[in-house]
Ligand binder design. Structure first.
Ligand SMILES: C[S@@+](CC[C@H](N)C(=O)[O-])C[C@H]1O[C@@H](n2cnc3c(N)ncnc32)[C@H](O)[C@@H]1O
Length: 212
């Protein structure tokens, strides 16, 4: 499903980063059986989304053909304001976007347990920086997934990716893909880090898993 930004990206590298992310997501999802198929309403939850630059890519890759709702949340107000301006969808269309300025834990705590998403996305997750907070967001994001939903993270560097994957697996999530994005743009001021360097895909814990 195509979603066109209302405002151009201000950082010069972003259009190319989005192209690379789109390709890497396609490659990552390629071998996943039952990856979201076209035909029904889709809901995407983008946690700690910042400016949500990837909204158009998510609509394209996961949007399907029918109604699409993208719900984002981040604690930073300026970034969310930018996301709202860029991705406000036309009211007559079939795409709806909502971006909330909210602490991720509070946001998830306030969400009805009946709300279901097809995809929880966390680009450049930050688990290593605050394991308690991010573990809560991981758990909440998994809980809000439908049975066939996918939980997708991307990471800037190797160790943080390993730590996040390990935590998700400890929570009971099942890893179904892990992709090293060789096209990812290196960050000149941060050796060993690059944009969307790793992408991993999980499914929620199988029913019958204790606590689920
Ligand atoms: C590494 S940045 C990634 C931002 C965005 N997903 C991206 O890839 O550009 C981590 C994000 O986590 C957000 N964040 C930090 N603490 C948070 C919290 N308690 N609740 C929600 N978001 C939080 C930050 O504001 C920041 O946007």
């Amino acid at each position: 499903m195509a979603l066109t930004p209302n405002a151009p990206f201000q950082l010069g590298d972003l259009p190319e980063d989005m192209k690379i992310l789109r390709k890497a997501l396609r490659e990552t999802l390629h071998d996943i059986p039952d990856a979201p198929a076209d035909g029904s309403e889709r809901r995407i939850l983008n946690l700690a989304c910042g400016r949500a630059d990837e909204t158009g890519v998510l609509a394209d890759i996961f949007g399907g053909d029918n109604r699409l709702e993208i719900v984002g949340a981040d604690i930073r107000a300026a970034e969310i304001e930018e996301a709202r301006l860029r991705w406000k969808a036309p009211s007559h269309g079939d795409i709806y976007t909502r971006f909330h300025v909210e602490d991720g834990k509070r946001f998830l705590d306030a969400m009805s347990s009946n709300e279901r998403f097809n995809l929880t996305f966390m680009r450049h997750q930050n688990f290593w920086n605050n394991p308690k907070l991010w573990a809560r967001m991981f758990e909440g994001g998994l809980r809000q997934l439908g049975e066939d939903g996918l939980f997708v993270i991307t990471s800037y560097f190797d160790v943080e990716h390993e730590l996040a994957c390990r935590k998700l697996e400890t929570l009971g999530a099942v890893k179904v893909a892990d992709h090293r994005n060789l096209d990812s743009r290196a960050l000149a001021d941060a050796p060993g880090k690059s944009v969307d360097r790793h992408i991993a895909v999980f499914r929620k814990p199988p029913s019958g898993t204790p606590g689920w």
